[in-house]
Design a protein around this ligand. Structure first.
Ligand code: GAP
Length: 513
C-alpha cells in the first residue's frame, strides 16, 4: 500500500475503533482539534505514565509539578513569546489559502529526498544483491544532481531562517517554482510574521479585565516555580522538574491529523545544572530520551536525530528526535540546551532574584537548563503508525492488528465466552471480576469468536481468553496471543501471571538504561 493510503487507513482506523474523533464533530468538526475516544484515552494515559515513571521514578533528582494553564501575561513577555513566537506566513492570491513559508520549503526539500530514494529503490531492484547503495549514491549523476540541489536549498533556507529574512524566504519559494497545492499557481504575497499565541481575557467587567494567553508551551510554569520547588523540595543541582499538560498554538497550517494541533499536550522536563556542564547533560538527555523511544520496540531504524539549523532565541544547542511517520521522518521530541535565558529573563521581568546557592562552590549562580519536550499527541501518532499492520493470513484473509507494546495497550485482556449460553458468560464474568483489579479487561459475547478476536486485534489487546465447555469441567481456558495468534490451554489461575509479566511497566523501564 502507498504510504499516503496507509496514513488514510490509520486515520479512519483511529475513528472506527474509538481512538480519536474530530472535536465537536456533530457541528462539522473544528480544524486541528481532536477528542480522544474510549480506547484513545487509555493509550494516551499509558503513554503519559510511561514518560512520567521514566522521568520521575528512575531519577531521584526529578520531581513533578502541575502548573496552571493561565499565567501572568508578563511571563510571555519575559519568555520572548509575545515578540518572537511567530510563523512566517504566505498567501496564495488565487486560492486565498494561507501557508507557512518554511513548511512549503521543507516540503520542497522532502521532494528532492523522495527523488533520490526513488532512484535508489529502482537501482536496488535492478541490481539485486549486487547493489552497492553507498557507491550508487556517490556516482549516479541523477542522484548527484538532486543531492546538490537539495543541499544548496538547505543551506540557503537555513541562512534565511537564521537571518529572519522574510524576503529571502519568498525568493526561495519563487526560485524553486513552488506552486500552491490548491490553485497550482505561483501568485504569492509577501511573507509576514504571525504570532501563534491564543489570547483571552480574565475578569468580569469591561474596566477590570486582563489579557491573558493560553500557554503555548508548558515549561514556563516550571521556570516560574523553580524557586518554590528548589526550596521546598531542598533540591540540589543538578535536578529536574517534570510536567505534563495542555498547550495551545494558533497553528495556521493544520494538517496531518494529530501531528499539528491547535490544542495539544506536552510532556516537558527542565533539568537545571551548573553553568559549563550543560553540554555534558545535553548529551546525556539526548541519549536517554532516544533509549526511552527505542525501548518500546517499534524498530530502531524508525528513529533518528535531527540537529537544528536555526536555534530558538533561547538555545545554544538543539536536536529533534524524529520518527518515520507515513509522511516521512518528523519531529516527535525536542531536546534543547536553553542556557540560563529563561530564569534570567524571569528574574529581570519580575524583579526577583532567581538564583541557586551552590554550597560546594560557595557561590550563587543562575542555573543552566536542558529541556526535553515531547508532544503526547505526536507520540500517540508515532505509536499508532509504528504498530498498525495489515497482515495477509494463510487462509487468504486480511487482519488488521495494532501490535502495541503490551504495557501501553488500552485493554490488556479480553475474556470471551465461546457461546452466549450454558453458563459460559457467567464463568467469563467470574474470571473477569477476579482479574479486573490488576489490569483493564473486557468481556464480550456478541458475534463469532473469530470476529471478536479481530476486534481485539484491531485495538491492540495482547491477550484473549476463551471460556468454553471444558472450562466448566477443569477450570482451564484458551489463551490467544495477539501477535502470533498462537493459542494454548492454561489453568485459569495462571492467567494473571502471564498477563502481568507482559504488560509490566517495570520490564519496559528496565530496557531504557
Ligand atoms: N518548550 C519547548 C517547546 O515547546 P517545541 O519544539 O515547540 O518546543 C515541543 O515543542 C514538542 O511539542 C514537539 O516536539 C511536538 O512533539 C509537540 N508540539 C509542538 N507543537 C505541536 C502542535 N501544534 N501539535 C502537536 N504537537 C506539537
Amino acid at each position: 500500500m502507498a504510504q499516503e493510503d496507509v496514513f488514510k487507513a490509520l486515520v479512519s482506523h483511529c475513528k472506527e475503533y474509538g481512538f480519536i474523533f474530530p472535536s465537536s464533530e456533530i457541528y462539522g468538526g473544528l480544524a486541528a482539534v481532536y477528542d480522544y475516544g474510549q480506547n484513545g484515552v487509555e493509550l494516551k494515559n499509558n503513554i503519559k505514565k510511561y514518560w512520567w515513571d521514566a522521568m520521575t521514578m528512575l531519577h531521584q533528582n526529578i520531581v513533578g509539578v502541575d502548573a496552571a494553564i493561565f499565567m501572568d501575561p508578563t511571563t510571555w513577555k519575559a519568555s520572548g513569546h509575545v515578540d518572537a513566537f511567530n510563523d512566517p506566513l504566505i498567501d496564495n492570491r488565487d486560492s486565498k489559502k494561507r501557508y507557512r513559508a518554511d513548511v512549503l520549503i521543507e516540503d520542497q526539500l522532502a521532494k528532492y529526498d523522495e527523488k533520490i530514494n526513488k532512484e535508489v529503490e529502482k537501482a536496488a531492484k535492478k541490481f539485486g544483491e549486487a547493489f552497492d547503495k553507498e557507491k550508487f549514491l556517490e556516482t549516479n549523476p541523477r542522484v548527484q544532481e538532486n543531492v546538490q540541489k537539495r543541499d544548496a536549498l538547505h543551506a540557503r533556507f537555513a541562512k534565511a531562517l537564521n537571518d529572519n529574512n522574510l524576503d529571502e524566504l519568498k525568493q526561495i519559494i519563487l526560485d524553486e517554482e513552488i506552486v500552491c497545492p490548491v490553485s497550482g499557481t505561483r501568485n504569492w504575497t509577501d511573507v509576514k510574521q504571525f504570532n501563534l499565541m491564543f489570547k483571552t481575557q480574565i475578569g468580569a467587567s469591561a474596566d477590570n479585565t486582563m489579557d491573558v494567553y493560553l500557554r503555548p508551551e508548558t515549561c514556563q510554569g516550571i521556570f516560574t516555580n523553580f524557586l518554590n520547588v528548589q526550596k521546598t523540595g531542598r533540591m540540589k543541582i543538578p535536578f529536574g522538574i517534570a510536567q505534563i499538560g495542555k498547550a495551545f498554538r494558533n497553528e495556521i497550517v493544520a494538517r496531518q491529523f494529530i501531528f499539528r494541533m491547535r490544542e495539544f499536550e506536552q510532556m516537558e522536563m527542565q533539568f537545571f545544572c551548573k553553568p559549563g556542564t550543560e553540554m555534558e547533560w545535553f548529551k546525556h538527555w539526548k541519549a536517554f530520551r532516544m533509549n526511552w523511544h527505542k525501548a518500546l520496540g517499534l524498530g530502531d531504524a524508525k528513529y533518528r536525530y535531527h540537529d537544528h539549523d536555526k536555534l530558538a532565541h533561547y538555545a545554544n544547542a538543539a536536536t529533534d528526535i524524529e520518527f518515520e511517520m507515513p509522511f516521512g521522518f518528523k519531529e516527535v521530541e525536542g531536546i534543547h540546551s536553553r542556557t540560563n535565558w529563561d530564569l534570567s529573563r524571569h528574574a529581570q521581568f519580575s524583579g526577583k532574584k532567581i538564583e541557586y546557592f551552590d554550597s560546594e562552590e560557595n557561590k550563587s549562580y543562575v542555573p543552566y537548563v536542558i529541556e526535553t519536550s515531547i508532544g503526547v499527541d505526536r507520540m500517540f501518532l508515532s505509536i499508532m503508525a509504528g504498530c498498525y499492520k495489515e497482515e495477509q493470513l494463510e487462509n487468504g484473509e486480511t487482519r488488521v492488528v495494532l501490535a502495541l507494546p503490551a504495557a501501553l495497550a488500552p485493554v490488556k485482556c479480553a475474556v470471551l465466552p465461546l457461546l452466549k449460553k450454558d453458563g459460559l458468560p457467567e464463568k467469563a464474568a467470574e474470571i473477569m471480576n477476579d482479574l479486573k483489579f490488576d489490569f483493564r479487561c473486557v468481556s464480550e459475547d456478541k458475534d463469532t469468536i473469530g470476529k471478536r478476536y479481530r476486534r481485539q486485534d484491531a485495538i491492540g489487546t495482547p491477550f484473549c481468553i476463551t471460556v468454553d465447555h471444558q472450562t466448566l469441567e477443569d477450570n482451564t481456558v484458551t489463551i490467544r496471543y495477539r501477535d502470533t495468534m498462537a493459542q494454548e490451554r492454561i489453568a485459569v489461575d495462571k492467567i494473571r501471571d502471564i498477563v502481568m509479566k507482559e504488560i509490566s511497566y517495570k520490564e519496559l523501564l528496565k530496557k531504557i538504561q
